[in-house]
Design a protein around this ligand. Sequence first.
Ligand SMILES: NC(=O)c1ccc[n+]([C@@H]2O[C@H](COP(=O)([O-])OP(=O)(O)OC[C@H]3O[C@@H](n4cnc5c(N)ncnc54)[C@H](O)[C@@H]3O)[C@@H](O)[C@H]2O)c1
Length: 284
Amino acid sequence: MEIKTIGIIGAGRMGSGIAQVMAASGFDVILMDVKDEIIQKGVENIKKGLAKALEKGKITPEEKEKIRARIRTTTELEDMAKVDFIIEAVPEIAELKLDIFKRLDKICPKNIILSTNTSSIPISKIASATKRRDKVIGMHFMNPAPVMELVEVIRGINTSDETFETVKNLTEKIGKIPVESKDSPGFIVNRVLMPMINEAVFALMEGVASAEDIDKAMTLGANLPMGPLSLADLIGLDTVLSIMESIYRKTGDPKHRPCPLLKRYIDSGQLGKKTGRGFYKYGL
Ligand SMILES: NC(=O)c1ccc[n+]([C@@H]2O[C@H](COP(=O)([O-])OP(=O)(O)OC[C@H]3O[C@@H](n4cnc5c(N)ncnc54)[C@H](O)[C@@H]3O)[C@@H](O)[C@H]2O)c1
């Protein structure tokens, strides 16, 4: 079946970015969220993203208008009855995602693939809310979706080869690079990246070096584009903690114990760039 219209659930940071990517690749998009005000914020985000693309000469003013016009919005989940493919990007709350998948399973035609952008909830668990477990799959975009090239494609226990191939092809069609991951805590990127950030915070707590020197050492010595503590500030320390806690809980492996200093920063309201202060200070 040809995919023409993509339904995206959640117009937040990821959902709006993914909507932009899909529309820029020629797909019609129906972007759904719970309130009009929230959708407007998501649309503003898309407009900013398109303005940047225009500024950089990646699109023409006409293309910008065409892309914008391909995105329709709704507050009704029932409108997903009209789409050919679903990407769910609501907050990382298991009960919420399970409820949405249960409802989507009733609303969407039986042949439609339901994908999720979850970072940590097992795909098999989300699939269990539906009667089409073979058509549920993880399509994990990185943040910001319009910029980052990788999409992790995650199969649940029952995901069919056909579903996997469809998502792999779709990923390539939108100019991204798919990498297959098992349905394992943190998939690939977070499994490797978050423990590195956590270890950098342990090094800071133990007084091994200053934040600046830890970042300098890792950028110059490991050839990273950004130090782990600066990256943690960008991601948000609360997000880093919740991902570490999730990996720790699911693996039960003490090597994934979140660093107490990370918790202290969060307790003091220093969540990183978004609050103006994390390991570094930012002018807001
Ligand atoms: N932010 C990141 O860096 C990142 C990266 C990769 C994956 N993810 C994953 O993407 C998903 C979304 O994350 P985000 O950062 O965009 O969150 P967000 O909070 O920015 O956006 C979530 C949106 O979902 C909406 N929502 C809540 N309940 C809803 C419902 N019942 N129906 C429709 N919409 C509803 C919210 O109003 C909000 O606009 C999560 O699963 C997260 O783990 C996030």
